[in-house]
Design a protein around this ligand. Structure first.
Ligand code: PLP
Length: 435
């Protein structure tokens, strides 16, 4: 399996090159040259496979570099070491809970898979690498947690001081060891700019072997396809229509679902659920992809005005809007309706959903109402643990979400960060003094 740049079909990489680069050298996103097909017997036999066995079989098809089978198995066992249960809400709706990873969001799947592969390749190279990440919260904690304790990889996380939630800050700043939290006096964009400049800085590159752990890395996408199979396995009866509603921002989660369908998983329809950052929803409706400035909402991980994975979906469907709308429906929803939906699900089912999952629930309902599919089963992807949004839930439901055991520990630790201004020369000085 080779990988290509979305800017140039003829610019090719191996999986190892793809993961280490992140982006193609011409700035394009990296895509598999084809989506491998799974055997029908594999799909029919999902019931008899564990989540890790499913992950292993899919990985083998995407990663054909010379990685011994037992090494691949170890990588998967270390990365995908938590469950993805389908909570049966009612007879034809399930909620796929993707928040059992260490940082309570589905981004753990991608970050851990990428970290374990980098670990494997660094061992082989006998070299050290350094990772720079700018974060507005969730990505940084998933990356920090995934790389924590990995020999030969140092991670520097830049986050905007005072602009991440308390829980997020604890998750960024309490690891220590090979993880360094840099608290930047400035905005997320400032953090992003510092990282971008460092990547093209000659002096820094002489001292450091820099890599990004960017969300557009193909190694973060592949493992996200695993849980669509795991969800399908848990739907016990036969349905004519299986529909997945995906809370969407940068469209990585949706792209991974489309991979699963192309591999042969019989999903009838995807729904891209947007908040008022509705660039993709507008594209589905108007055939025109037009980025917009972001709007702040309560489902903040979906506040994306220029979703970078759009180009991957576009390529997957040969750039044809007509083919895209056959497989994907999309709608967008207000904060007000999102809060109502959280209340409704709690009152009716005693189910606590986070704002991102609530948007997906709204989008599924709208689709069912308008299209009236026969004999359907709808799956809502719940991408974050409701505890992460305790403030919002406390406000509208008058309850306190219980702290999940997995993060109690980090909440008790002392925050350790290095405070820096947003001036590039000072950031550079800091890096050079450390290298
Ligand atoms: C990142 C994120 C999303 C959006 O996922 P994309 O793959 O960027 O579309 C949705 N929900 C949560 C909780 C997230 O952290």
């Amino acid at each position: 399996m080779k990988y290509y740049s979305t800017n140039n079909q003829n610019l090719n990489y191996s999986f190892r090159e793809a993961i280490m680069r992140g982006l193609a050298s011409d700035g394009g996103l990296i895509m598999p040259q084809y989506i491998p097909a799974l055997k029908k017997s594999f799909i029919n036999n999902l019931n008899n496979l564990t989540f890790q066995e499913i992950a292993f079989e899919i990985s083998k098809l995407f990663i054909t570099d010379k990685i011994p089978s037992n090494s691949l198995q170890t990588i998967i066992e270390k990365a995908i070491n938590f469950k993805a249960p389908l909570y049966k809400l009612n007879s034809n709706t399930g909620i796929l809970e993707l928040f059992y990873g260490p940082t309570l969001a589905f981004k753990d799947f991608g970050a851990r898979f990428m970290a374990q592969f980098m670990n494997y390749y660094v061992d082989k190279m006998n070299n050290k690498i350094d990772i720079l990440v700018a974060t507005s919260g969730d990505t940084g904690s998933a990356v920090a947690s995934a790389f924590y304790g990995i020999d030969g990889i140092n991670v520097y996380i830049l986050y905007p001081s005072g602009m991440v939630s308390q829980v997020q800050e604890k998750q960024l700043t309490t690891f220590g060891n090979n993880i360094t939290a840099l608290e930047i006096k400035g905005s997320f964009d400032d953090c992003q700019n510092l990282v971008k400049k460092a990547f093209v800085d000659k002096e820094i590159n002489e001292k450091y072997n820099l890599t990004s752990a960017n969300s557009i890395n193909i190694a973060r996408l592949i493992p996200q396809s695993f849980y669509y199979f795991e969800a399908y396995k848990q739907i016990t009866d036969k349905y004519d229509n299986v529909i997945f509603s995906v809370p969407s921002g940068n469209l990585g989660n949706l792209t991974a679902g489309l991979f699963a369908k192309k591999m042969g998983l019989p999903i009838t329809k995807f729904i891209a659920a947007n908040n008022f950052n509705n660039v993709f929803s507008n594209y589905i409706k108007t055939k025109i992809f037009k980025s917009k400035p972001t709007i702040k909402t309560i489902s903040n991980a979906m506040d994306v005005g220029n979703p970078s994975n759009f180009i991957r979906i576009f390529k997957l469907y040969n750039e044809k809007h007509g083919l895209i709308v056959k497989d994907i429906n999309s709608s967008y929803h207000s904060d007000e309706d999102t809060l109502k939906e959280i209340k409704y699900l709690y009152k009716k089912y005693s189910y606590l959903i986070d704002p991102h999952g609530a948007v997906a629930s709204l989008a599924l309902k709208k689709y069912i109402k308008e299209e009236n599919p026969e004999n359907y089963y709808g799956v809502i992807l719940e991408t974050a643990h409701p505890f992460k949004f305790n403030d919002i839930l406390k406000n509208i439901l008058n309850i306190n979400v219980e702290i999940p055991d997995s993060i109690k520990h980090s909440l008790e630790q002392k925050k350790v960060s290095i405070k820096l201004s947003n001036t590039y020369s000072l950031f550079k000085e800091f890096l050079l003094s450390r290298g």
